[in-house]
Design a protein around this ligand. Structure first.
Ligand SMILES: C[S@@+](CC[C@H](N)C(=O)[O-])C[C@H]1O[C@@H](n2cnc3c(N)ncnc32)[C@H](O)[C@@H]1O
Length: 228
């Protein structure tokens, strides 16, 4: 097992991208992507500057760029293979910018410039929250919103961590070798504490039950604001 593989997201979403190449008609937060609330959770989007943190193939971002009146949406992802896929699928979508970079590094250069930041099982799950959340707060405009969905428990069924700690989860290199990456799967109170520590207010957490299908998981849908 190795932790130094450069891109452990090569295989993610790859077979879907061969056949499902259209702009998604809907936007789902919940694990399984079939039910639950939609982009209204992000608040008003008219003229908003938005970023998706850990956008993968940028399906959620492409939906927002086409179906909602954002001024611009930046689909940020640290995986070169994911951003290459996003560019191939949605590189021509107006108002959508695909950025191949680490979310923390990007946010640290973006002082008070985003109205809305969100993550759908994205960078928030796989990045030390002590780094990501303060960077997100300072990148938001006063009153700006951070919304993210994250697993309510480990996919194995084990309960989420009560403390702020990551666990190693299985991953695969491009050539199929076993590897691991850290994932922060935390209980609601741990996210609330972290967001509070990072200077957010108006923090809320909703739990959505697991749906049907393989590897079902319940979802925490978390939202917070940079104080105005
Ligand atoms: C499970 S995928 C989710 C992708 C997408 N949000 C979706 O719903 O299909 C997680 C994504 O987060 C990205 N990611 C993880 N940590 C990141 C970070 N620190 N900065 C940018 N992207 C990150 C990975 O490269 C991967 O594409």
């Amino acid at each position: 097992m190795t932790a130094t593989t450069p891109d452990l997201w090569h295989h993610y979403g790859r077979s879907r991208a061969e056949t499902d190449r259209g702009i998604p008609a809907s936007f789902c937060w919940i694990w399984g992507q079939s039910t639950g609330p939609g982009p209204e959770v992000l608040g008003p989007l008219s003229g908003a500057h938005v970023a998706d943190l850990g956008a993968g193939a940028a399906r959620h971002a492409a939906h927002l760029a086409v179906h909602h009146p954002v001024s611009r949406i930046d689909a940020v992802d640290a995986s070169p293979s994911q951003t290459a896929m996003a560019l191939e699928l949605f590189g021509q979508v107006p108002r959508l910018q695909i950025l191949s970079t680490d979310a923390v590094a990007h946010l640290q250069t973006a002082h008070a410039s985003y109205d809305v930041l969100y993550s759908v099982f994205g960078a928030v799950d796989f990045t030390d929250p002590h780094e990501l959340l303060p960077a997100a707060r300072q990148a938001l405009t006063p009153g700006g919103r951070l919304v993210f969905s994250t697993p309510a428990h480990f996919l194995s069924g084990h309960v989420a961590e009560a403390d702020v700690t990551s666990r190693k989860i299985a991953a695969k290199t491009q050539d199929g070798k076993a590897a691991w990456m850290p994932r922060w799967v935390l209980q609601a109170h741990a996210w609330i504490h972290l967001l509070d520590q990072a200077g957010f207010s108006g923090i809320s957490v909703e739990t959505w039950p697991a749906g049907q299908g393989p590897r079902p998981a319940a979802t925490l849908l978390v939202s917070a604001r940079r104080p105005a």
